[in-house]
Design a protein around this ligand. Structure first.
Ligand code: UTP
Length: 457
């Protein structure tokens, strides 16, 4: 039977359609539905649905300032660089790759991290990231973990993939998986919970903001503290160009005792589809491209430069103590609502594949943590050296564009080492060979010309 308290909540919060369904379900399906429903905050869901028409109010323009362009003296740069190296050598930085997304736009059957992105090697995104971590550990003979955030949609396959691949030579005890939480999808018109099968509600990952609650729920924030790790270096699985060996970024974050630090990219145009870093009431904040009014996006300064110039490549550093504060007070991160096409069962229990948006999904975003920080830094970075998003199957931000960017970087490193690469030739450099241009130059055996496709490992 349905427990009384659940029964009451189903009635109170507009989910009474499930009562008959549960009562008529097979025992196993009934138990599963009841367990899943007990874990859902139906009151919160109801209130989010009631407020669905309310558009998040943008702060008034006079509360917003463009992000100042960061500047540093040479002496500061040197000191930050050194502090960053020190922290890595001490094992005080953990790397965290978020890989819980459903990757719907890419249309790849397995978790996105398993996508073969290497232009020649066909190495997966996971392998490239794991090898960067491994190379960094070797460079400094240091020990620090790689955290991998999965979701119920990617967890099992991700763990077994790493196991099958022998953790890409990382010690298994230093690869820490954790699974983010989910949020149910509800019917767009009625707010009723949807089911994908007789025993299963439609649940989807709760957004990359789920990183904070996920880390906390699995006790990893305490574990990091116990290991003496103060800083988490956060990046997304779908960016094979991310630079994990950025000592200056890490060192500046630590020396300035920042709670959060973020990389920013000069935008390619006013409406580029990336989040906009800016200041709201003097705090670091982000406004999504879709929410930034055109007239603001087009504003320029006296030199003709875009005022809102700072795009978001989703590369951050977080202080572990700061994440702990947010994790126990998650209401500080809002839920974002998105209309989506969600395959589900209709009232008669038949599967439907909607042609138009039929459901609302709820997600938290990691960047909503930024305005919570009293102390923060940003660092401008070069797109061609650090951002190759793999989002779509074809066209912009696709595997094809990401591979071109990877090849472009490899060619630049080779050119800097005095190597000429013939036109039309593909080159790829393994992270285990070099993590940056300087290392490449040091290790390159001296050949002056590359005339055929070459993988350097
Ligand atoms: P995106 O927002 O681009 O989503 O995620 P996605 O799942 O990769 O792709 P689409 O939108 O379904 O096509 C950016 C990064 O955040 C992670 C993703 O795995 C990716 O690394 N992410 C996103 C999570 O880890 N969990 C989430 O709930 C959402």
């Amino acid at each position: 039977m349905i427990p009384d308290d659940l029964h009451q909540r189903l009635r109170e919060f507009g989910q009474d359609h499930l009562i008959g369904i549960i009562e008529q379900a097979e025992p196993a399906a009934r138990a599963k539905l009841i367990a899943d429903l007990q874990a859902i905050n139906l009151a919160e869901l109801h209130s989010l649905f009631q407020q669905r028409a309310r558009k998040d109010a943008l702060p008034e323009r006079d509360r917003i300032q463009p992000m100042p362009v960061p500047s540093m003296t040479d002496a500061e740069r040197a000191a930050f660089h050194e502090a960053g190296i020190k922290a890595i050598v001490a094992g005080a930085v953990a790397y965290l790759v978020v890989a819980g997304g459903q990757g719907t736009r890419l249309g790849f059957d397995d978790p996105k991290g398993m996508f073969p992105i290497g232009p020649i090697s066909k190495k997966s995104l996971f392998q490239i990231h794991a090898e960067k971590v491994q190379a960094l550990r070797q460079r400094f003979n240091a020990r620090f973990p790689l955290l991998v955030m999965t979701s119920p949609a990617t967890d099992e396959r991700t763990r077994s993939y790493f196991k099958r691949k022998n953790y890409f030579r990382l010690p298994p005890q230093d690869v820490l998986f954790f699974c983010q939480g989910t949020m149910p999808a509800v019917d767009l018109a009625s707010g009723r919970l949807l089911r994908e099968s007789a025993a299963q509600l439609c649940l989807s990952p709760n957004g990359h903001g789920g990183t904070i609650t996920g880390l906390h729920a699995e006790g990893l924030l305490d574990e990091l503290d116990d290991r003496g790790i103060q800083t988490i270096s956060y990046f997304q699985v779908d960016n094979p160009l991310v630079n994990l060996a950025d000592y200056l970024f890490i060192g500046r974050h630590l020396r300035e005792q920042a709670q959060v630090s973020s990389k920013v990219l000069p935008k390619t145009g006013p409406k580029e589809k990336v989040g906009n870093f800016l200041l709201v009431d003097s705090r670091c904040a982000m406004i999504e491209y879709s929410d930034l009014p055109d007239e603001w996006a087009l504003e320029t300064d006296d030199t003709g430069r875009l005022k809102f110039w700072a795009g978001n490549p989703a590369i951050h550093l977080f202080d572990v103590g700061f994440l702990k504060e947010i994790a126990v007070d998650t209401d500080r991160l809002p839920w974002h609502l998105a209309k989506k096409k969600v395959p589900c069962l209709d009232d008669a229990g038949n599967p439907i594949k909607p042609e138009t948006e039929n459901a609302l999904k709820f997600e938290r975003f990691i960047f909503d943590a930024l305005p919570q920080a009293d102390r923060w830094t940003i660092l401008a970075t070069e797109r061609e050296n650090e951002f190759a998003p793999v989002k779509n199957k074809d066209g912009v931000d696709s595997p094809a564009t990401a591979r071109q960017l990877m090849i472009g970087q490899a060619k630049r490193w080779m050119r800097e080492a005095g190597v000429e690469v013939a036109d039309g030739v593909t080159v790829e450099i393994s992270p285990l060979f070099a993590l940056d241009a300087i290392e490449f130059r040091k290790k390159w055996p001296g050949q002056k010309e590359i005339r055929k496709n070459t993988y350097i490992s």
